[in-house]
Design a protein around this ligand. Structure first.
Ligand SMILES: [Zn+2]
Length: 269
């Protein structure tokens, strides 16, 4: 049984127990120091991911439509429009497609879910240039070891920045908090505002907050720059739509060319 905090190594206490997936008992514990709140040894994850995006997630489309103008604006403002980005835990690939439609060069990585919307743009990890940043939307609550996860993302992409979404808990350890979602058994890691700087420090990074969007980075950004990039997204999004060229048609031509080449090889064989 894990007794010490996986982020800061501090002591933890059990907050409650709950039934996940209708039949497994989960023990939730919170760190006394950094307030990282997690589930002990979630042995049911294979079962929980048998359908990768839980059937109860009715918010998937609404969430992506809400997020993509904000995220596109923040990425361009902080890291520029010419670099590559990698979306970890991309799910069906809807966000990757939306960001490519805006004009950003975004790829995806996901060990659990079949990609439906951004096939052909898998991150192969063989590019000579480092990614400008990694994004991870609705992912950090799914990981068993947040430090190792962020570290792996950065190492595999060469990126120095990690942008992610997360609802932070309010320290009340309320067992009925909706974000715990024990029905699906996938949410196992929860963070408070005070967890974030500790997480950053452990990774040799700094932390910047913008509501439910968060940035961990090894670069030096002015305090508040990330929050402003999200807050003023309407103006910057309108400008970048005018400036950037959508990848809808270039991507179509690229993929159509690949299909033709595969067809030629089949005919020649
Ligand atoms: Zn801790």
């Amino acid at each position: 049984m894990t007794a010490s905090c996986r982020i800061c190594g501090g002591t933890t206490r059990i907050t409650h127990r709950a039934t996940v997936l209708g039949r497994h008992e989960a023990t939730y514990r919170m760190c006394d120091a950094c307030a990282y709140w997690s589930v002990d040894e979630p042995h049911w994850l294979d079962e929980a991911y048998s359908e990768a995006v839980a059937a109860i997630d009715t918010g998937v489309v609404q969430r992506n439509l809400h997020l993509y103008p904000r995220l596109a604006s923040a990425l361009v403002r902080m890291f520029g429009s010419t670099g590559t980005y990698v979306d970890y835990g991309a799910g069906y690939g809807l966000l990757v497609r939306l960001l490519r439609d805006v004009g950003l060069d975004v790829y995806w990585q996901d060990a659990h879910c079949e990609n439906l919307f951004a096939r052909g743009f898998e991150w192969e990890g063989s590019r000579p240039e480092a990614a400008a940043a990694v994004t991870a939307v609705e992912v950090m609550e799914h990981v068993t070891d947040p430090l190792a996860f962020v570290d792996t993302c950065l190492r595999d992409t060469g990126a120095h920045s990690f942008v992610f979404t997360q609802h932070l808990h309010d320290l009340s350890a309320d067992p009925s908090w909706w974000y715990l979602a024990p029905e699906a058994g996938q949410h196992i890691s929860f963070y408070a505002p005070r967890t974030m700087p500790v997480l950053a420090e452990r990774l040799g990074m700094t932390y910047h907050s913008a509501g439910t969007l968060h940035l961990l980075t090894k670069r030096n950004f002015r305090r508040g720059a990330f929050a402003r990039s999200v807050r003023f997204h309407r103006i910057s999004y309108a400008l970048l739509r005018r400036r950037l060229r959508s990848r809808v048609m270039p991507d179509h031509r690229l993929l159509a060319g690949q299909v033709c080449r595969i067809g030629d090889r089949v005919l020649q064989a």
